[in-house]
Design a protein around this ligand. Structure first.
Ligand code: HAM
Length: 417
């Protein structure tokens, strides 16, 4: 715990308050609406899994497994890990529940994930993703549809002018093997000039050197062999069909031959939607194909593809141009118990009619009127002696100051406008 005077959240975690919390809910619900349009259904999984679920699938030498996992041993001596991503958990669930008999499966989920990374803008230790996976479809057309679903999501949030789609193909197992050999042969000549991290990558997974942020590594990588030279004919055809389907859908993309992604399970298509507006953490949405992950985890060999988008990064992009503020109405009973009781009954009726209303029970009449400004209320509904006698209400529009006497029916019509 922090030694400061005020109790603080854990480094890399964030409380989402007010506008950010509203944006969070908005993003999840809009995304779910969109995924349903494509025939995806919800799936919710445990927040922790056996450590092996992630170790086996993401790659022992990926940054996530080697440096970032939150591992814990429970009281029964089991080695558990707070999930750093969804894909491996979804694969585990497919195998545990024998869902390979129900393929194809289109699944969406969202929730918190945990990675021990250095916190910065757009990068946290507890963060959230919206995530989709399509299991059991091998056609390259689903790769294009998956990317177009990502693009529709970005469009739905009105940020399509801030992001660029980067795409690459890592090819099939054979293409990847050939490419790894070509890269080893190339990078070994520069071994002494590579960063310490990339020296290790050279031995473990030279593909990841292409992903390095080190300036000197980048310079060396710029003349490295291109992956396209290592594709088998099938892999080249597969990628061409993904691209031609994207053309058909009029989705613009940039081929980025260095886009290898940070997790080991990818093959064929990889893609990211990247923005310049978030500094170093520019990838808003990333994904790709991961045929073979299922068999690696002990299941059947099934084709699969998916993506995830970071909710916190979306919040940062949306915060300046989306106003989700909801203006409540406030009830102001002005006398004693009779007025207050009438207010309680009215509040129930209004909410039954989907009208948002607040009664600040702890505040007296004048404090309540001060509160009206603070919460940016739209209407105040006064209930005093006269209103009780006449069985009506005084409705005051707080923007115009105009007041009118209305019966219940008229009040509901006015408040619904
Ligand atoms: P990823 O690229 O590791 O992919 O993460 C996807 C997205 O999650 C990133 O583009 C970013 O928006 C967000 N993200 C990742 N780490 C953080 C962090 N520390 N703080 C804030 N946001 C973060 C995956 O997780 C794959 N499972 C995606 C996938 C699904 N591939 C196939 N299916």
């Amino acid at each position: 715990m922090s030694t400061g005077s005020k109790i603080q959240p854990v480094r890399g975690t964030k409380d989402l308050l007010f506008k950010e919390a509203a944006l969070f809910d908005y993003i999840i619900s809009k995304a779910n609406e969109l995924f349903e349009l494509y025939g995806y259904q919800p799936i919710y999984l445990p927040i922790f899994e056996f450590t092996d679920v992630f170790k086996r699938s993401l790659g022992d030498f990926s940054d996530v497994v080697s440096k970032e996992m939150y591992n814990l041993e429970d009281r029964g001596g089991e080695s558990l890990t707070l999930r750093p991503e969804f894909t491996a958990s979804i694969m585990r669930a497919m195998i545990s529940n024998s869902l390979q008999h129900s393929l194809p499966l289109r699944l969406y989920t969202s929730g918190p994930l945990f990675r021990y990374e250095r916190p910065q803008k757009g990068r946290q230790r507890q963060f959230h993703q919206i995530n989709v996976e399509c299991l059991g479809v091998s056609s390259p057309k689903i790769d294009a549809e998956m990317i177009s679903m990502g693009f529709e999501l970005i469009k739905k949030f009105g940020i399509d002018n801030q992001v660029v789609l980067n795409i690459n193909s890592l090819g099939c197992k054979e293409s990847r093997k050939r490419y790894v050999t070509a890269l080893e042969e190339y990078f070994v000549k520069y071994e002494n000039d590579l960063s310490e991290d990339s020296k290790i990558r050279l031995r473990k997974n030279p593909l990841r050197i292409l992903d390095s942020k080190d300036e000197n590594d980048k310079k060396i990588s710029s003349s490295a062999p291109l992956i396209s030279a290592s594709y088998t004919k099938e892999s080249a055809d597969f990628f061409n069909e993904v691209l031609s389907t994207l053309d058909l859908m009029q989705i613009k993309y940039q081929i980025n031959t260095n886009l290898v992604r940070g997790l080991d399970y990818y093959n064929h298509t990889t893609f990211e939607f990247i923005t310049n507006s978030l500094g170093a953490q520019g990838t808003v949405l990333g994904g790709g194909r991961y045929n073979g992950l299922s068999s690696l985890m002990g299941g059947d060999d099934i084709p699969a593809i998916g993506f995830a988008a970071g909710v916190e990064r979306l919040i940062l992009l949306l915060t300046d141009h989306l106003n989700l503020e909801k203006r409540p109405n406030i009830i102001v009973p002005m006398g004693g118990e009779a007025e207050q009781n009438r207010a309680i009954i009215l509040a129930t009726k209004l909410r039954e009619n989907n009208i948002m209303v607040i009664d600040e029970f702890d505040l007296n009449h004048s404090k309540k009127m001060k509160k009206v400004n603070k919460i940016n209320a739209k209407y105040a509904i006064f209930i005093g002696e006269n209103e009780l006698k006449n069985e009506n209400y005084t409705l005051k529009c707080l923007d115009s100051g105009i007041q009118e006497q209305l019966n219940l029916e008229q009040l509901i019509i006015n408040l619904r406008k």
